[in-house]
Design a protein around this ligand. Structure first.
Ligand SMILES: O=C(O)CCC(=O)C(=O)O
Length: 283
């Protein structure tokens, strides 16, 4: 559970790092399963439903940038999505009723792991209220050198910045006046978690170290936050509830919204969507 000070910090800054949420054994299991996925990726030559690949991926030298929707493919990931320690913490921040709307495992290999350009998750999936957050489960010790997640404190209470280029959504901040001033890395030991608010500006640099950086990300929403892009159907929507009851009364709160439409011709993972960005902050 978070202390009152930690909750206040999250509310003020829009993010927090929490140490030792998972046991060492749980981290070892996540590493083992992730290594098995990387082994399987040797059979793959192009992005598919499971793997997003780094440029230069080969069977001899597999380079996976992301495992997409990992909880669909292994119970160890799914159990982590529903981990009681994580849910207890998330409940303190967005209430008891929790739905998830996405999960992914981002990997940065030693020396080249791809950056993620500055963005706000809110630009991808605006909802009727902003009680949404992402939890990052730290699988390898996360440091500045291996591409720690970086946040801009307080940005979750500011505007939603433009993520469009030439009229199309490109999944990264394109506002010409934007500079990541005051950005702070979250450095954490494996087994800790990062938490960031859905409107917080964040990104991460390439991995310049000899150590890998793997971060398992879960997106959690208050049950009464409904996506502005609509729901698939009642049953499917509610299948994503982890705790609490479905509601047909979305809570509506005024927030700065920009819809991610029209989408650019580049679809797929955030790396693919951001690949056509003309001005990159991380090179
Ligand atoms: O892996 C990272 O450092 C950033 C992850 C992120 O923001 C995303 O995938 O949307």
């Amino acid at each position: 559970m978070l202390s009152q000070e930690q909750i206040a910090l999250y509310k003020k800054n829009g993010y927090i790092g929490v140490e030792a949420v998972l046991t060492d054994a749980e981290v070892v299991a996540l590493r083992r399963v992730t290594d098995e996925f990387v082994e399987k990726s040797r059979e793959v030559t192009e992005h598919n439903d499971i793997f997003d690949l780094e440029p230069g991926h080969t069977a001899e030298n597999p380079k996976v940038r992301r495992i997409k929707s990992p909880c669909l493919y292994h119970s160890v990931y799914d159990q982590t999505l529903r981990h009681p320690n994580i849910l207890a913490i998330v409940s303190q921040l967005i209430g008891h009723g929790i739905r998830y709307n996405g999960h992914k495992l981002n990997m940065k290999y030693p020396e080249f792991g791809s950056p993620v350009e500055w963005h706000q998750d809110w630009a991808f999936y605006p909802h009727t209220n902003d009680d949404l957050l992402a939890v990052g489960v730290v699988i390898d010790d996360m440091t500045v050198e291996n591409g720690a997640l970086m946040l801009i404190p307080g940005s979750h209470t500011g505007p939603t910045l433009d993520h469009h280029q030439n009229g199309a959504f490109v999944g990264a901040v394109t506002d010409p006046d934007f500079t990541p001033e005051g950005a702070v890395p979250i450095e954490l030991k494996a087994g800790g978690i990062t938490i960031h608010h859905v409107r917080a500006l964040h990104g991460s640099a390439p991995n310049t170290s000899q150590k890998s950086r793997r971060l398992l990300l879960f997106q959690y929403c208050a049950v009464d936050a409904w996506p502005l892009k609509g729901i698939p159907d009642w049953e499917t929507f509610n299948d994503f509830i982890i705790q609490g009851e479905p509601t047909h009364q979305p809570r509506i709160v005024s927030t700065p919204v920009r819809m991610p439409e029209p989408y650019s011709e580049k679809k797929g993972s955030i790396y693919e969507v951001q690949s056509i960005l003309e001005k990159r902050m991380f090179g």
